[in-house]
Structure formats: C-alpha cells, structure tokens
Design a binder for this molecule. Structure first.
Ligand code: SF4
Length: 391
C-alpha cells in the first residue's frame, strides 16, 4: 500500500460537516463501525449511515468524485465492453431526462459535497441533448469541473458547442492507431472519425485531453511506445488501463491482463519514466512524467490504471449513477439503489440525498465485495457490462 492510500485529509461538505478520509486498506475495519472519530459525530440512521454531510462509507472513505452515465447505448462495440449483437437497451422512459440529470448533479454537489463530475455512457455523444445537459449543470454549479468520457465519434461536429456549454475536460477512449486493429477491436471502422474529433476538441480549447487505452494481449500490446509518442507529440496525456472483468462476452481472463509493471516496462523501451511529483491524490491513475531518451525536457505525462494488479480501492472517492438513475457505490457492485424512482415519487432534495447517503454507506470494501481482488477465484462479475455502468 503506498503512502497516498494511507493518507488522511479533511473533506469539507456543504451541510456544515467535515469528515476525514480514513487510513488505508490494511487499517479498514471488516464492517460496521466508522473508521475514524470525526465520522462518529454526525446523527445516524438505523444502519449507521450519517443523516447529514457527505457520502461517507463504513470504511471511512468519502465519495466526492461523481460519475453520471447519461445513456447506455454506444456507436462502437468494443470487445472488452459489449457483445457484438444483442445488447438490451434501456427504454427511453427509464432513462434520466435532461432535467433529472441536472437535479441529480445539483443534489450531489450542493447537498453531498461532490467536487467533480464525469459524464459517461455508453457513449454520451449519442444523446442529442448533451450540450443542454452540460449547460444546465454549469448554470447550477459554476465552479464544478465537468469532464466527459467519450469515444469521440461525432465530436468533430460538437466539440465547440460542448465547450461553450461548460465542458472543461475530456477523456477519449482510443486503444490503437491502426485502422485495421481499431476496426477489429471496436467492430466499427471509425478511427478517422475519432482522430477528427480529437482535432476539433483541441481546436475548441478543451483540456486537458486524456487518451484512455485498454491494453489487450495479442491485439494492441505492441503499440505502447507509438501511442505514448503520438500522445505527447499532440499534447495529450496517455493513460493505459488494465483490462477489467466487465465485458459483455464474459470472456475476461486474469491471465490475459497486461499488468501495470509490464506496461511501465514497455513505456521504458522508448521513454524515461519518473514518478509525477504531484502524486496521485485519489485519482485512479498512477501518473508518470515522460521524457525522450537523453533529454531533460518534459515531453508529457502518462497514467496507468491498475485496477487488477495494484488496486487502489482504499482511496476510492467514486460514486456512480447509471443512465436509469441507479446509484452504484462501487464499479463492481451487485447492488444498486434507485434514485430516479425516488425522485419521480416526488421526494425532495434532502430525501434524495439521504437515499444516496444510505447507498454509499453500504459501499463494499473493494471490487464489489468486502474482499479485494478481481482475479480471486470467487470474484463474481456484475450483471451490468461496462457500457451499462459508465466508466
Ligand atoms: S473497484 Fe470499487 S472500491 Fe475499488 S476503486 Fe473501483 S469503484 Fe472504488
């Protein structure tokens, strides 16, 4: 466990309470009691969840990083995410509306202390009202960092409007620079559209722009150095992600995961890596400075997200809402809490906030259970695929 996972820092929330992130995983209690003294001072529900303040869980973590999926559909079919055919889409009536998304974010920020928002999918650009959603969120929350995770197909026509609506940051999923590999991996021949979208995003002044690549053995694992080279040349930050068991085909295998240590070694075949002195904070990516061989000037940064081989659950600050308005306290949760039905039943903002607090109080320790490990024999993959959860 690294020093960052074991750190404690105060996290202010808007209802007057201040809670402190607890020490790291080795110090986590098995269940039940709050992990630090300040967590014990707020009024409690019968389950032990706080009745005020932020999204505290049983292990003393506080969720301030909000991820909201706005649609489950996608215009690609990446092999590590969706099956080729037969995905059951949510009916329109079950999707959160523009105003419902806006309200959910307002409750999270203004009642529960969320500090940043990432909009995810499916593919968020499939929603025609994405600019309207972002403009509404921006109007309610002038200082909120708003990031978008997208595959960038169609972004060339919308980047400027998204920027004007209030979008600040962008993560683009791009696993390969080869058109044939792209078509094989995503089952669609759209690499040129992604590159056009990235160009438009940069021209619109969106930034930072991060490129997310899932490395797959025998598919794109020879592209580590070319991807980093391309990213730093274009002013993007490359992020490599270990393949996780959230695929639609249910064919994930731990033995096929390219571990973070091998990714670092692969990058070092073309660049010098130095740990980023700014540290990681609660971010999922371990960040590195990149320099070209023999040069002292900084070429750029890369991040490595090692959910499988070097998990970072002890420092997790994430809370997710699916496109049908369900809270998932963990990416790998088997339980969800229906915020949208609560809202549609006429519950006020404080009532919605309390349902959310209760859901997050029950957040599992790691990887959807109170036991750590995606590669352990008794790990059970969640029913939803990555596309139906949001990343
Ligand atoms: S697996 Fe769950 S607890 Fe671990 S980092 Fe991801 S969301 Fe957080």
């Amino acid at each position: 466990m690294d020093a960052e996972h074991a750190s404690a820092r105060p996290v202010p929330v808007t209802l007057g309470a201040t809670v402190t992130r607890a020490p790291g995983a080795t110090a986590l209690p098995a269940t039940g009691a709050p992990a630090h003294p300040s967590a014990g001072s707020a009024p409690r529900t019968g389950t032990g969840a706080p009745r005020e303040g932020g999204l505290l869980d049983r292990f003393g973590r506080v969720a301030t990083d909000l991820r909201v999926s706005v649609i489950d559909k996608c215009n690609l079919r990446c092999t590590y995410c969706m099956p080729a055919e037969g995905m059951p889409w949510l009916p329109q009536s079950q999707l959160m509306s523009t105003d419902e998304i806006r309200r959910i974010v307002r409750v999270a920020v203004q009642s529960l202390g969320a500090e940043e928002l990432r909009i995810t999918g499916g593919e968020p650009l499939v929603r025609k009202d994405l600019e309207v959603i972002i403009a509404g969120i921006r109007e309610d929350n002038p200082d909120l960092p708003i990031a978008l995770t997208t595959n960038a197909v169609g972004l060339d026509r919308r980047a400027q409007a998204l920027k004007d609506a209030g979008l600040t940051r962008l993560n683009v999923s791009l696993d390969t620079l080869h058109p044939e590999t792209f078509a094989e991996l995503t089952r669609r021949p759209h690499l040129d559209k992604v590159l056009a979208g990235l160009q438009a995003a940069r021209a619109a002044g969106l930034g930072p722009i991060k490129i997310n690549a899932v490395l797959l053995r025998g598919v794109n694992d020879t592209e580590v150095v070319p991807l980093v080279d391309w990213a730093v040349t274009n002013g993007f930050e490359m992020r490599f992600i270990e393949d996780m068991p959230l695929d639609g085909d249910r064919s994930w295998s731990a033995t096929n995961v390219i571990p973070a240590r091998d990714i670092r070694a692969a990058i070092e075949e073309g660049f010098t890596l130095t740990a980023d002195p700014r540290g990681r904070g609660a971010a999922p990516a371990e960040r590195w400075e990149v320099r070209r061989p023999g040069e002292t000037a900084l070429a750029g940064h890369v991040g490595i997200i090692s959910s499988v081989t070097e998990p970072f659950c002890a420092a997790c600050t994430r809370t997710r809402v699916t496109a049908d308005g369900k809270v998932r306290s963990c990416l790998f949760s088997h339980e969800e809490t229906d915020l949208l039905s609560t809202m549609r039943a006429g519950t006020d903002d404080e009532g919605i906030a309390q349902v959310w607090r209760d859901a997050m109080w029950a957040k599992p320790r790691a990887h959807g259970s109170d036991r750590v490990g995606l590669a352990r024999p008794d790990f059970v993959q969640p029913e939803r695929t990555m596309s139906a959860i949001g990343g």
